[in-house]
Design a binder for this molecule. Structure first.
Ligand code: SAH
Length: 484
């Protein structure tokens, strides 16, 4: 039998937040059997690694040593030779001081097919995140990307005399520990002391920090502010434009790193709303839902159908379709929905909601139904282990109800532990439980919860600072997040 050779994709992950990851990168990452990743890859991108893929961290962590380059190349070759689809994730762009070329040479020696997916390099995308246009009419007509360190970690032999003559913007990578040298050498080479310069730390992430000065003052400013890696040192007048062009720092959630725990297919809108407000978003779907087998009920027996989630609506329509039936089977039953999102899903399928509680949770839905259904039988379409508050209240009020469980919730193992997140967002009690099951060790300061039942679950899970949205909508949830 011939050995089926695999494939390696060298993928640039961008500077940090997953919003700057390419579509092609995501496609290949999601199809990978094995992911080999670096320290600089943002958590939001790491969170897209398929749960079933083998994950190999070759980056430095907590001061430990990174895996030597030769060994990384061996890993790529070895995994591809197993016939696997390997995603090699790198911070920024794979070819900008990413050693992508060396990895390709190794793959070529073994005849292993590969693909390169460019990424937003920190060298160019980083300044953009901080409002620094690396070229600007009348200010800089070229931009130059330089490494301050060699691959062995020593100070690189840079021709500062040549750089000083270029008159363009100079972007130094791996420069956090070489600020003094860079500034001094550029001055020695003839650049004016008052040339504006900046250090940009953690560009494109919640921890982004810009320290500005001149070639004369930047070194002291960086020492005062305790500049840390990863950082860019940018020399050139364009850095002064950040005063006018900076945009991110004014957004209400700038500097916040937020974990979104809802199932992947539901996370998109929430993540987009968070990004629009400046947050770095990590989607860690701690739960997923799976349909369970069910028989179609005899709808004519019920006066009301109750829906507690969009998933429930989708599952009912999937069941109808599976049985070769359609919306007409529902007949004359009235419809109750827990909140606007569920009502919206019903509306999309041609069903008008007759009742929605003031407060969008199970308890209030039950109370409302108790007031209006009298003796009419109610069919509650929901999850197998849905919130007990709803059924307890219906039972306490002697409502004639039947449960139709159409899906179940499964806890997901995310496989990554995000660094430095300040808040986790929970849109149901099951997301809290899933989160704790996936990451029991992770200490996160704040839990932002959609409603009382979710908050109660967060309290039980040991969160210290819990905030609850005024109303159970994503909009209200985000307003709450802005306040703390
Ligand atoms: N391939 C990467 C660069 C790898 S070299 C890219 O295209 O961005 C590592 C250096 O990149 C770091 O020392 C730092 O100078 C820079 N860097 C990477 N990510 C960064 C970030 N988010 N903010 C600032 N600098 C970053």
């Amino acid at each position: 039998m011939t050995l089926k050779k695999g494939h390696v994709a060298l993928i640039g992950a961008g500077p940090g937040d997953a919003g700057l990851f390419t579509l092609r990168g995501r496609e290949l990452l999601e199809a990978a059997d094995c992911v080999v990743y670096d320290r600089l890859v943002g958590d939001g991108v790491l969170a897209m690694m398929p749960p079933a893929a083998e994950k190999i961290n070759v980056g430095k962590t907590g001061g430990g040593d990174s895996v030597p380059q030769r060994e990384i190349e061996e890993i790529l070759v070895r995994e591809a030779k197993k016939g696997r689809r390997v995603a090699r994730l790198k911070g920024g762009d794979p070819f900008i001081f990413g050693r992508g070329g060396e990895e390709i040479e190794a793959l070529n020696r073994e005849g292993i097919p590969f693909e390169v997916v460019p990424g937003v390099t920190s060298a160019l995308g980083g300044p953009a995140c901080a409002g620094i246009p690396v070229t600007h009419r009348g200010v800089a007509r070229s931009v130059h990307v330089i490494t301050a360190h060699t691959k062995e970690g020593t100070i690189a032999p840079v021709d500062y005399d040549a750089l000083a003559k270029l008159g363009g913007t100079l972007v130094f990578l791996m420069g956090a520990s070489a600020v003094a040298e860079i500034c001094a050498e550029l001055r020695r080479a003839g650049m004016a002391e008052e040339t504006r310069a900046a250090a940009l730390e953690n560009a494109g992430t919640a921890a982004q920090r810009l320290i500005t000065g001149t070639l004369a003052t930047l070194t002291a400013r960086c020492a005062e502010e305790k500049l840390r890696s990863p950082a860019l040192i940018i020399a050139g007048e364009v850095t002064a434009l950040a005063g006018e062009f900076a945009w991110k720092k004014f957004l209400p959630l700038a500097g916040r790193k937020v974990i979104v725990t809802r199932p992947r297919e539901r996370a998109g809108r929430l993540s987009a709303m968070l990004r629009a407000r400046g947050a770095e978003v990590v989607e860690l779907p701690c739960i997923s839902t799976r349909r369970i087998e069910a028989e179609l009920p005899d709808f004519s027996k019920y006066g009301w159908l109750g829906f507690t989630s969009v998933t429930g609506v989708e599952a009912l329509f999937a069941l109808l379709a599976e049985k070769g039936r359609d919306i007409r089977d529902i007949g004359a039953a009235k419809i109750a929905a827990i909140g606007p999102a569920t009502a919206g899903a019903l509306k999309e399928r041609g069903l008008v909601t007759n009742y929605m509680p003031e407060v969008y949770d199970g308890l209030h839905l039950a109370r409302g139904l108790a007031e209006i259904t009298y003796d009419t039988p109610v069919l509650m379409i929901r999850a197998k282990e849905g919130s007990p508050e709803l059924t307890a209240e219906l039972a306490a009020r002697k409502i004639n109800f039947t449960e139709l469980p159409l899906y179940e919730t499964i806890y997901e193992q995310t496989g990554i532990i995000p660094r430095g997140a300040d808040t986790a967002i929970f849109t149901s009690a099951s997301t809290v439980r899933g989160f704790k099951a996936a990451m029991p060790e992770l200490e996160i300061e704040r839990a932002c919860c959609i409603g009382e039942q979710t908050a109660a679950a967060a309290r039980r899970a040991g969160f210290k600072r819990i905030i609850t949205a005024q109303r159970a909508t994503l909009e209200s949830l985000i307003d709450t997040l802005e306040e703390i």
